[in-house]
Write a protein that binds this ligand. Structure first.
Ligand SMILES: [Zn+2]
Ligand SMILES: [Zn+2]
Length: 344
């Protein structure tokens, strides 16, 4: 097999194919070879259900939107062959109102790889050769480890939530949920010198959050959530559980903010609206990212976050199915990373 391409053909069915690579690289694009990619909750939903948050896939697609890669063909650009770049998966139109405001996450004509929201679907990054728009490639210093750079996209999502919630140094911040996104949020809030508490049902996941810098780990079920009442300036909901959202409403101070970062599926929820009114809580949604992609890459270049602690396991690209199964089992603590053929 010359080049590996993985494809999701049905729920829980990943095929490995020999990738067909066109001779010419399209204008404005560069040709890249995958260095590292990471698995996201979105990938997991598509893998398990062939759908995510109400969006159904219409045909087989390569998953993956978190990755970094090395330049194969700069296609006339200033990039050098072999150079490592972070891939921004948001391919926005640049013309619509949100784009003009710098809110490309809300672009009305956005293309996003490995997702049912873009029709016809674009293949994602779980493949060896990737043609990506030059403007969405961010070159990095030679010293950056691809295993860390693949976290640029999810870290940008976490930083967007922190920005929407206005998290700053010295604040009391609670992160609900210590899955991959919760852990990255903990790391991002700690990098901002906030005082961070992290909560999850799983003691082992809370341990990882503490190793990632949380000053306090809270195991839901072992603590009295009543003790959290009105303690936090900001709560970031990263668990996806409605009960966690209600705990967030209790735990936040008067006039505090609750940001919703978790990948919420289509569901009816009983929410304690009364607390939002009584405490004048501000609820903010957080979807993807904008300028935070650059912030995330800088954080990775600085080396100030210990991404190894946040990595659950590493798999070669051809074992993508095994990696997704591990994530589906719910036993992984932290992010699962796929490595391209040259990065083993
Ligand atoms: Zn993601
Ligand atoms: Zn747009």
């Amino acid at each position: 097999m010359t080049h590996i391409a993985t494809k999701l053909t049905a729920a829980r069915c990943i095929t490995i194919d020999d990738q067909e690579v066109p001779n010419a690289v399209p204008p404005g694009f560069v040709r890249l070879r995958l260095a590292a990619a990471s698995l996201c909750g979105t990938d997991l939903h598509y893998y398990a259900h062939f759908a995510n948050a109400g969006f159904e896939l219409q045909n087989p697609v390569t998953l993956g939107h978190e990755a970094c890669a090395r330049v194969v063909d700069p296609n006339g650009s200033d990039l050098r062959p072999g150079q490592l770049v972070a891939l921004n998966p948001i391919m926005n139109c640049g013309q619509c109102d949100p784009c003009r405001r710098g809110e490309e996450n809300l672009c009305r004509h956005k293309n996003f790889p490995g997702s049912a929201t873009t029709v016809p679907h674009l293949d994602g990054f779980f493949r060896e050769i990737i043609d990506h728009p030059l403007r969405c490639c961010r070159p990095v210093a030679e010293t950056v480890n691809p295993r860390h750079l693949t976290f640029a996209e999810p870290m940008a999502c976490a930083l967007h939530a922190l920005n929407k919630a206005g998290v700053e140094a010295g604040q009391e911040v609670l992160v609900m949920g210590c899955g991959p996104m919760g852990l990255l949020t903990v790391a991002g809030a700690c990098a901002r010198k906030a005082h961070v508490s992290a909560a999850d049902l799983r003691p082992a996941a809370v341990d990882v959050a503490v190793r990632a810098g949380a000053a306090e780990g809270l195991v839901i079920g072992e603590i009295d959530t009543g003790d959290l009442e009105k303690r936090f300036d900001v709560v970031i909901e990263a668990s996806g559980a409605i009960s966690a959202f209600n705990t967030a409403l209790e735990a936040v101070k008067q006039k505090g903010r609750v940001a919703i970062l978790s990948n919420i599926q289509l569901t009816q929820a009983e929410v304690m609206l009364r607390l939002i009114m009584l405490k004048e809580i501000e609820i903010v949604g957080s979807f993807q990212f904008n300028k935070e992609f650059e912030e995330a890459v800088r954080l990775i270049e600085e080396g100030s976050v210990d991404f190894d602690t946040l990595t659950a396991d590493l798999f070669p690209l051809e074992n993508t199915a095994q990696a997704l199964r591990m994530m589906a089992d719910g036993k992984a603590l932290g992010k699962i990373v796929l490595l391209g053929p040259d990065e083993r």
